[in-house]
Design a protein around this ligand. Structure first.
Ligand code: PEP
Length: 252
């Protein structure tokens, strides 16, 4: 049975104190089952603190929202994958649409980040998804295929097992517009087919594919009932304790 993930992307929100309270309350009040895993993606400076909170609890882990595309050196302001590991991070989000659009991250840059992250024995949450213009032209499959092909499909099967894919249509992120369960299922199924063609059926069946884009406790159950949707990457709703816990419990 594929692992189910509910991931909280806190973006550039919260103070250290607020992040600690948020994570503590979620850990205290939520009851994930054994097949479910919860990941907190706080801002960089809070990773260590949240890592301490989840330490020893197998249902939770912590990761970074990004990493540098260089291994180390004179890159002022950047945070390398090995640094994330050294403060207790287990995951890195790579390819979030906000990084692709606001920071001009190319598929080639993302490929480098993926490799550096995996080299540190961290897992990758790889985001892909189309813009509204691309969906209106009905080229969403082509766009997502190109993103996967250019940044993660070069990996060998053993490395690829450390990837979780998050399909996040850009038009649904932070907009309150969610893809319908059918639209999301269609893309998730397409991605799984691509993995089967590129690798094999077994690996395609093992890889978790999350949906992201305005997930709330209200729309989560119809999304999670789709056969190829294995959880969610949650932005805004992950900053609200009860709302995020409800999403976790819907996914049980
Ligand atoms: C995200 O940032 O990955 C995201 C899905 O945000 P939101 O849930 O706010 O749309």
């Amino acid at each position: 049975m594929r692992k189910k993930y509910i991931a909280a992307n806190w973006k550039m929100h919260t103070t250290l104190g607020e992040a600690n309270v948020l994570a503590s309350n979620i850990i205290k009040k939520s009851k994930p089952n054994t097949n479910q895993h919860i990941i907190f993606f706080p801002p960089f400076p809070y990773i260590q603190s949240i890592a301490d909170l989840v330490s020893g609890n197998e249902s939770y882990s912590v990761g970074a929202q990004d990493c540098a595309s260089e291994p180390k050196g004179a890159f002022t302001g950047e945070v390398a994958a090995f640094m994330i590991r050294s403060v207790g991070g287990k995951w890195v989000i790579i390819g979030h649409s906000e990084r692709r659009s606001h920071f001009n991250e190319s598929n080639e840059t993302l490929k480098k980040k993926v490799e550096l992250t995996l080299d540190e024995n961290l897992s990758v949450m790889f985001c892909c998804g189309e813009t509204i213009e691309q969906r209106e032209k009905s080229i969403q499959n082509q766009i997502v295929e190109t993103q996967l092909e250019a940044s993660i499909f070069h990996l060998n099967p053993a490395a690829f097992k450390n990837i979780v894919i998050a399909y996040e249509p850009v038009w649904a992120i932070g907009t309150g517009k969610t893809a319908s369960p059918e639209q999301a299922q269609e893309m998730h199924h397409y991605i799984r087919q691509l993995i089967a063609i590129k690798y094999n059926d077994r690996l395609a069946d093992e890889i978790s594919i999350l949906y992201g884009g305005s997930v709330t406790s209200t729309n989560a159950s119809s999304l999670f009932s789709q056969p190829d949707i294995d959880g969610a990457l949650v932005g805004s709703a992950s900053l609200m304790t009860d709302e995020f816990i409800s999403i976790i419990h819907v996914g049980l």
